[in-house]
Design a protein around this ligand. Structure first.
Ligand SMILES: Cc1cc2nc3c(=O)[nH]c(=O)nc-3n(C[C@H](O)[C@H](O)[C@H](O)COP(=O)(O)O)c2cc1C
Length: 213
């Protein structure tokens, strides 16, 4: 059984000292270390959106950096997690998602940090959160305009994962930049594939939004 929280490890080969933090320890130190560790990772920022299937068609979104691309390629499965409440009401977005069973995952570009902020602010009401946000509705799902890519998905499974609920979602449609924001949808072809030069994702790193460049 492991019992220490901190170990100093010296790698003779490269002369590098590393601190090893044991997450099985009862000490609380590792929780702070875990937060620090995740601050070191550059994460993509997505806004997951959904709509109630019945009138008044309430539309909401949640900013998520827990998005995992390519959980499975075939069938195409993505995931994200929603934190359970420590105090107060449960996630309003999670309640809506459980009701609708469908969502859109909108991958933000570096010009869209304001959307990351908008959808991370707590709201006191069940009101439509997208009323002043540029979006369009496709097959009942609200998709944000001008994202670098968006996915229409249906919920496959919800898994309890510690302090969060993990949602595994199956991709139904991929909306590339050329058809996101336009009513005309077309088959993917050479002209509407993503161009790496014009599609820089927004990242979250060190507790702030950063650009790729
Ligand atoms: C960059 C960033 C990433 C976030 N990632 C997540 C996430 O992956 N899961 C989550 O539950 N909350 C995440 N949050 C916090 C939620 O966006 C925020 O708590 C939101 O208000 C929850 O809305 P709700 O109460 O309607 O569910 C993130 C916030 C920011 C700023």
């Amino acid at each position: 059984m492991r019992c220490s929280t901190l170990n100093l490890v010296h790698s003779a080969r490269r002369g590098v000292r590393r601190v090893v933090i044991d997450t099985c320890s009862q000490s609380r130190n590792w929780r702070e270390a875990m937060r620090d560790a995740m601050r070191a990772v550059a994460l993509p920022v997505v806004v997951v959106t959904s709509s109630s299937p019945d009138p008044p068609f309430t539309r909401r979104g949640i900013t998520c950096s827990s998005f995992t691309s390519k959980v499975s390629l075939d069938p195409p499965i993505l995931s994200f997690s929603i934190q359970k409440p420590r105090i107060g009401h449960p996630s309003r977005f999670a309640s809506l998602l459980r009701h609708s069973g469908r969502c859109a995952i909108n991958v933000l570009g570096e010009h869209q940090a304001h959307l990351g902020t908008h959808f991370s602010l707590p709201t006191d009401t069940e009101d439509n959160q997208l009323s002043e946000i540029s979006h369009f509705v496709h097959r009942g799902l609200p998709l944000l305009d001008d994202t670098i890519i968006s996915f229409s998905c249906s919920v496959l499974k919800e898994v309890e994962a510690g302090t969060a609920d993990l949602f595994l979602v199956q991709v139904e449609e991929i909306h590339t930049p050329s058809d996101v924001g336009s009513s005309a949808s077309s088959e993917p072809n050479e002209s509407n594939l993503i161009s790496p030069t014009r599609s820089r994702p927004l990242l979250y790193h060190g507790s702030q939004y950063v650009k790729c460049s």
